[in-house]
Design a protein around this ligand. Structure first.
Ligand code: NOJ
Length: 809
């Protein structure tokens, strides 16, 4: 029988993998916000500095066989020629013990072979741009063990697209050598580009004496050989080879003796310095300076502590205690880890995604909402950047490349700009710093070449409203343009006359958020305008979006409804049903009816399909969503990102049972329990964008791991709508929606600098409705079943205990 595949170690906030052969790579991201890596359970991985397009430091061959390679490899060679790797890959020797543990910001391998036990920890410290390989060896054999250690990584040519296109020329510009003064292998690229000054120089050092080295991949591995048996490792030493053209690598060889029953510890740093301008002399000076303190024995411990403190601070913004350990783990640990990943890498990079996509405007606008309540400063920076990508007419770019030295790309969509108001609102709710509305940020020039005219943050918001108001179709609904949130929906809009109900609901929500801010800051003229626009849009939705039993998805070029009972395929779409509730449009009966249709037709037990039935095939023009096979992606997969809005919708309606069902059934660990890891394939601790639905033989396969909007919205859904603790403009709301079996839960959350301890009691086992509340022992008014705690209660207060009691209203 195969050993179990994985388990969670909640004490360490870890996911421990027990077999290297997971159904596909299960990765962890290591990053300090500048230098980034991912590493898999088998030691596969990639390192890049700022941009995986421009400054890709090591190679990773996505899609090629063998999967998940190369990576960050350590070879351990015994005097009798036995060779093994604590990551299992690349040597693949059968080990006496092996596990890999992904934790926030670090991955730890523990492996044992012939009495030698290794603990290998990879991490990137907040203050140092280096991937650290911290190696601890333990010898349980009765005699001292002499070992040869080889640490190895294959270098990329930095400019990844250029490498694919012209690497056979640019390889003449790559150079590696041993810098004796720094005692480090250095890798430099002479290929001049406008951003040459920023190009990093790579160094690879060991805390121990380097016995031999190689900077030349072909020399280290040997001709027609594999990474599992490099000729240098077999020979027990490298050839001390530098590289002046060819395939660069970093290989460092140390000789160590681990005493009988004793320990040995050493580390490697694979890092970067900048500002060398292609000069060998400057590179050497830079590396000597940057690495001066990195070799001391205790250095990794101190760096790990700083890393740990960063994550503790991030987690401490919101933690809960609830009776469901699986949900609790997801909410307390893996959601906040995943929201950082998505915020850092947008939709760009994982083992399949090559990192060339840049930053999706709508994607980052959503990701930042989940960052706003944990790290408002980061969310404000994100918003500022996004506003610099908005045109004066109010709409925005679709994709931008803040780190890639590449112009933003224009592709007019109906929704991108509509995500701005909810982001601003979330930031204001958290910080209450309304001064930001008057900050000026230039628009983007119409040709995306640089800065356009200046405008305040508030003017940016008004411009977004104006754009939608100027782009309404024949039913008064927003024109779809190239698409709305759903990338493929523009296929109903070939002549530019299609309309989108989803963006209509979004427009209403944006107008409501802006109206609230306008009311709060005395902007009466704008408030009136927003109210008029909202009333018109709501009227259009009520007249043209309701299909009789559910909300339609929109209209095609010819004015035929999309997502209607008579449509050919895609009769029912998920998003309009949930967004009617998020936007607060329609009667309660309509809202319930839409969500009932979802429960009946879209819930398949491990999630809600995006639409039903899927469009049929690839070859018919009438099948408008052609391209994606039935059950795949936007054509009827379980679209996890969109499931999050259904959870919020059900929580808003007060359907605790359904809201928690939709939440829990999608938690990756629960999907794996239900379908099996071999079917789901993706990680048990990270969200995916979508899961292949019925109609496809790969039903149940989780796609687009980690870098997905599911991460931000699942976090928001759980913390702010299910547990119901969220900042709004008038204070901290406690508005939970719980399973009836939960009689008491606790939330600890930071708000306006105060540590708030929130006791939520539910003695009658209701799903929704607060009947009593107090702060610091004094009663607080409850209206319409919600407790709103005024900001003044928290300002300047270090800690506060609040209590709410739920009950029948
Ligand atoms: C993935 C894209 O990154 C995102 O922008 C889009 O909203 C969803 N797919 C749905 O189409």
């Amino acid at each position: 029988m195969k050993p179990r595949l994985f388990h969670f170690d909640d004490e360490r906030r870890g996911m421990v993998v027990h077999r290297h052969d997971t159904p596909q790579p299960w990765i962890n991201y290591l990053s300090n916000g500048r230098l980034h890596a991912f590493v898999s359970q088998a030691g596969g991985g990639m390192l890049w500095w700022r941009s995986p397009l421009r400054f890709r430091l090591t190679r990773y061959r996505a899609y090629n066989l063998p999967i998940d390679s190369p990576g960050f490899y350590l070879y351990i060679r015994h005097p009798d020629g036995t060779v093994w790797s604590p990551t299992f890959r690349p040597v693949e020797t059968v080990l006496d013990e092996w596990s890999a543990c992904h934790q926030p910001g670090r991955t730890v391998f523990v492996a044992e072979k012939v009495g030698v036990r290794v603990k290998l920890t990879f991490f990137i410290p907040p203050g140092t741009d280096a991937l650290v390989w911290d190696v601890r060896l333990e010898n349980s054999a009765g005699k001292a063990q002499e070992l040869d250690l080889f640490a190895y990584a294959e270098f990329s040519q930095f400019e990844w697209e250029q490498e694919l296109r012209g690497g056979y020329y640019t390889r003449h510009m790559m150079k590696t050598w041993m810098c004796r003064e720094a005692n480090a292998l250095v890798y430099l690229d002479h290929d001049a580009k406008p951003y040459f000054a920023l190009k990093p120089t790579v160094y690879f050092l060991s805390s121990d004496e380097i016995h031999s080295y190689s900077g030349d991949r072909d020399d280290f591995i040997g001709n027609y050989r594999h990474e599992n048996a490099p000729q240098s490792v077999l020979a027990g030493r490298c050839n001390d080879s530098a590289l002046a053209t060819g395939h660069p690598c970093g290989a460092l060889h140390n000789k160590v003796v681990v005493p009988a029953g004793g320990h040995y510890r050493l580390h490697y740093c694979l890092g970067v310095v900048t500002g060398c301008n292609g000069s060998i002399e400057d590179a050497e000076t830079g590396v000597v300076k940057a690495t001066a303190n990195l070799r001391s024995a205790g250095w990794p411990d101190g760096s790990l502590e700083v890393l740990e403190a960063w994550w503790s601070d991030h987690f401490s913004a919101y933690q809960c205690a609830v009776p469901d350990p699986v949900a609790m783990r997801q909410i307390n640990t893996w959601n906040p880890v995943n929201t950082v990943t998505a915020a850092r890498f947008s939709r760009g990079i994982n083992t399949w995604a090559p990192g060339t996509r840049g930053v999706g405007f709508r994607d980052t606008a959503q990701d930042m909402v989940a960052i706003a309540y944990r790290s408002p400063g980061w969310a404000i920076e994100g918003m500022r950047y996004l506003l610099s990508q908005q045109f004066e007419e109010g709409h925005t770019v679709h994709t931008c490349f803040p780190e890639d030295f590449r112009p933003s790309s224009r592709s007019d969509r109906s929704d991108n700009h509509l995500w701005l108001a909810p982001l601003l609102w979330a930031i204001l709710a958290e910080t209450r710093d309304f001064g930001i509305l008057d900050e000026t940020i230039p628009y983007l020039a119409p040709d995306c070449s640089g800065k356009g005219t200046e405008a305040t943050v508030w003017e940016h918001m008004c411009a977004a409203v104006r754009f939608t108001e100027n782009h309404l179709g024949r039913h008064g609904l927003p024109l779809t343009l190239r698409s709305d949130w759903n990338d493929l929906i523009g296929k109903f809009n070939k002549r530019g006359e299609g309309e989108t109900v989803f963006a209509g609901f979004q427009h209403v929500l944006a107008l409501k958020r802006l109206a609230e801010i306008a009311r709060h800051t005395g902007r009466t003229e704008d408030l009136r305008w927003f109210e008029e626009c909202r009333a018109r849009q709501e009227a259009a939705l009520l007249s043209h979006a309701w299909d009789g039993s559910w909300w339609r998805r929109g209209y095609d070029d010819d004015g035929n409804p999309v997502g209607s009972v008579n449509s050919k395929g895609g009769n029912l779409f998920l998003n309009p049903q949930s967004w009617a509730i998020l936007a607060g449009v329609g009667t309660r009966e309509q809202q319930f009816a839409g969500m009932d249709a979802v429960a009946e037709q879209l819930d398949i037990g491990y999630g809600l399909k995006l639409l039903h039935p899927p469009f049929g095939g690839w070859d018919s023009d009438a099948e408008t969503l052609i391209g994606y096979g039935p059950g795949c992606g936007e054509n009827g997969a379980v679209f996890c990102h969109a499931n999050t809005w259904a959870i919020i919708a059900e929580a808003t309606l007060g359907n605790g049972t359904r809201a928690w069902k939709y939440h829990n059934q999608l938690i990756p660990r629960n999907v794996i329990e239900r379908l099996g890891a071999e079917t789901y394939r993706a990680e048990p601790n990270a969200w995916v964008s979508n899961i292949v639905g019925p109609g496809n033989p790969r039903m149940g396969w989780g796609n687009v791991e980690h870098v997905t909007g599911t991460a931000a919205w699942m976090d928001i859904a759980a913390t702010q709508y299910l547990l119901g603790v969220r900042a709004e403009l008038d204070g901290l709301w406690v508005d939970p929606c719980l399973p009836t079996k939960w009689n008491a839960i606790n939330v600890r959350r930071k708000y306006l600098g105060c540590k708030v301890d929130i006791e939520i009691l539910n003695p009658e086992g209701v799903e929704k409705g607060v009947v009593e509340a107090s702060a610091g022992g004094s009663a607080v008014n409850v209206t319409e079943g919600k407790a709103v705690f005024a900001p003044e209660l928290f300002e300047g207060v270090g800690e506060l205990r609040i209590m709410v009691r739920m009950g029948r209203l």
